[in-house]
Design a protein around this ligand. Structure first.
Ligand SMILES: Nc1ncnc2c1ncn2[C@@H]1O[C@H](COP(=O)(O)OP(=O)(O)O)[C@@H](O)[C@H]1O
Ligand SMILES: O=P(O)(O)OC[C@H]1O[C@](O)(COP(=O)(O)O)[C@@H](O)[C@@H]1O
Length: 309
């Protein structure tokens, strides 16, 4: 079983504007809204892959209900915990002329340590050995920076494999609890290590350091440049096929989803790596945070380039 955990979910509101201009009135040509937040996006993609996951999330207000209904409609089981206040709305401004994409992410509804502890106690009782728990996204206000470390330890103690996709302090602290997999992009990885990673060699060296430190799998996603997948059983340079890019929001989440699905299905490492790139490319072909289409994934899978390092 796969559980995705989104402590700070969001309604992703994509606003389409022609010639987005700062310091001026901009007229919106169309809007779309998606259930979002990193773990929720992971659940949506796992569903497209034919897998099953339970989306664990703190939700509140009308925006929280919007997310619950959207996931219900997709047939994704939700384990909702009440947030203190309304779930945030993250605004994505897409300029259809200049093709720029601007994210404006709100801080989100606060939680208390007691709320987090209660949710974790319930989740830990439910987890069975061999399950996968995906911890994704920013921490909401009120959550200590060591929250992911605490959750990783508890889930590992219950026998689960933990995949962590976070940034900044939350990631640095979380690493101490030794998740099985992390998926920083190259900027997040550089930030985490406090140095600029300018080329493949420096990314490979950085990922190797983490694997040597006890993280079994480090997937460094690199946007249109593909990814470097470093593991304790092999390392790969990956390139996805060229596709028409509609929205890159949720691309990283889709890579995490593919890796969680592959691990749950016990797919060989190389197959997992290929799948993650096909899913990443198929995701950017969709608007907003609509998940990748199965037929795109199947078609792109054969075109992924994989080189053993
Ligand atoms: N512009 C793009 N063109 C094609 N594929 C992309 C593009 N951006 C992202 N992807 C795919 O999605 C994956 C994850 O994207 P990335 O931007 O690195 O993640 P994040 O959203 O976490 O920053 C990439 O490794 C790649 O496979
Ligand atoms: O929790 P954070 O870091 O604010 O990120 C939340 C945002 O990230 C997303 O999950 C997209 O993430 P990625 O583009 O990094 O895959 C959006 O759905 C959401 O608005």
């Amino acid at each position: 079983m796969i559980y995705t955990v989104t402590l700070n979910p969001a309604v992703d509101k994509t606003i389409y504007v022609d010639n987005f201009t700062l310091d001026a009135v901009n007229r919106v040509s169309s809007i779309r809204q998606d259930a979002g937040g990193k773990g929720i996006n992971v659940s949506k993609t796992i569903q497209q892959l034919g897998g099953t996951s339970t989306a664990v999330a703190f939700l509140g207000g009308a925006s929280g209900s919007f997310i619950t209904s959207a996931l219900d409609e997709m047939g994704i089981p939700v384990r909702a915990f009440a947030a203190e206040g309304d779930t945030r709305t993250n605004t994505k401004v897409v300029d259809l002329v200049s093709h720029t994409y601007t994210d404006i992410n709100e801080p989100g509804a606060a939680v208390t340590k007691a709320m987090l502890d209660d949710a974790l106690a319930i989740l830990a009782l439910e987890i069975n050995p061999g399950d996968i728990v995906v911890l994704s996204g920013s921490l909401p206000a009120g959550a200590p920076t060591k929250t992911y470390a605490t959750w990783t330890r508890a889930c590992r103690k219950a026998g689960a494999r933990v995949f962590l996709d976070a940034d900044g302090e939350a990631l640095v602290e979380g690493l101490a609890a030794k998740p099985s997999l992390i998926k920083p992009n190259e900027v997040e990885l550089g930030r985490m290590l406090g140095r600029e990673l300018a080329d493949d060699d420096s990314i490979i060296a950085a990922a190797q350091e983490l694997v040597d430190g006890g993280i079994e799998q480090v997937m460094v996603s690199m946007g249109s440049a593909g990814a470097i997948f470093m593991t304790d059983k092999g390392a790969y340079r990956l390139h996805q096929p060229a596709v028409e890019v509609i929205s890159t929001v949720g691309a990283g989440d889709s890579v995490v989803a593919a890796l969680a699905y592959a691990a749950d299905q016990n797919l060989p490492l190389e197959q997992a790596a290929r799948l993650s790139m096909a899913v990443g490319a198929a995701t950017v072909m969709q608007p907003g945070t609509e998940p990748a289409k199965r037929d795109d994934i199947d078609r792109l899978l054969e075109q992924v380039q994989l080189t053993r390092l």
